[in-house]
Design a protein around this ligand. Structure first.
Ligand SMILES: Nc1nc2c(ncn2[C@@H]2O[C@H](COP(=O)(O)OP(=O)(O)OP(=O)(O)O)[C@@H](O)[C@H]2O)c(=O)[nH]1
Ligand SMILES: [Mg+2]
Length: 254
């Protein structure tokens, strides 16, 4: 068995309840069916934690929450703003459904989704190490959160597939300089934002979006930013890098 599967299955076996920590901006891509299947197979309850909810506005967040609640109890949290943490604490106590004794809570998810930050936010202390550079948590770590709750922090054990460069870009696991196809990643970001609320892009880049597709919007942003190559052609790569950096640094709130 690969080591990630071993860590993940060990944690599932040990824990009374699991948190699947996903990025609230793209929850579907950061959920992992295999992990969810393993949890269900082990007959353990789990909660989907939509973290980084400070980067998503209320309406889409509520929509995602009610959609995912059909799969498992879902809460949204901003570890950054420490919001949603009391609700999560209550949800853990309620979902674990354990009378008395300690509740061991395992946290699982892709690298950089904020697994350690969620634990710190609920604990109220910086006990789990965090970093903007993915792969920060190296081993499994136990953290006491008081009132019966004890967390198991894990490294981002879910591996990316061969074609997951885009998710790695969205999760800031790879920065714009380490992406083979920054234009593709930027177009995905544009597509996601336009599907929810194109005014975010219009006000951030001072543009007006009419009928353009994602590539057209990218060109518009490049033009407006004055990113030009020779013969006054738009430098799409430079525009893509700017958008990816803004997304990765939390400057684009959906
Ligand atoms: N805007 C925002 N950023 C967050 C939030 N939670 C975590 N982050 C950022 O996301 C990055 C990763 O956070 P970590 O808690 O280290 O993530 P992790 O999942 O434990 O990462 P690994 O241990 O490396 O797999 C850091 O730059 C955090 O500051 C949040 O609620 N909002
Ligand atoms: Mg971590």
């Amino acid at each position: 068995m690969t080591s990630y599967k071993k860590i993940s299955r060990d944690v599932i076996k040990k824990a009374d309840i699991l948190l699947e920590v996903v990025d609230a901006r793209f929850p579907d891509e950061t959920r992992n069916m295999e992990v969810e299947r393993d949890i269900v197979r082990a007959k353990k309850p789990f909660i989907i934690v939509l973290n980084k909810c400070d980067l998503v506005s209320k309406q889409p967040l509520e929509r995602t929450k009610s959609r995912l609640s059909k799969i498992a109890p879902t809460v949204f949290v901003s570890s950054k703003n420490k919001s949603g943490t009391t609700i999560l604490r209550h949800k853990i106590l309620e979902t674990a459904n354990k009378k008395g004794g300690e509740i061991l809570v395992g946290s699982l998810g892709y690298p950089n989704t904020g697994k350690s930050s969620v634990i710190n936010a609920v604990t109220g202390r910086h006990r789990a190490g965090t970093s903007s550079i993915s792969g920060h948590t190296k081993g499994v770590q136990h953290i006491n959160a008081g009132s019966r709750i004890k967390f198991i922090d894990t490294p981002g054990v879910i591996p990316f597939g061969e074609n997951d460069e885009c998710i790695q870009g969205l999760l800031a696991v790879r920065d714009s300089t380490h992406l083979q196809d920054p234009i593709g990643v930027a177009m995905t970001i544009i597509g996601k934002i336009c599907a929810e609320n194109k005014t975010v892009l219009e006000s951030s880049y001072n543009i007006t979006i009419e009928e353009q597709d994602s590539y057209g919007v990218l060109e518009l942003i490049g033009k407006q930013s004055n990113f030009l190559k020779k013969k006054a052609e738009v430098d799409e790569t430079r525009a893509a890098v700017k958008i990816i950096n803004d997304w990765q640094n939390g400057r684009l709130v959906i």
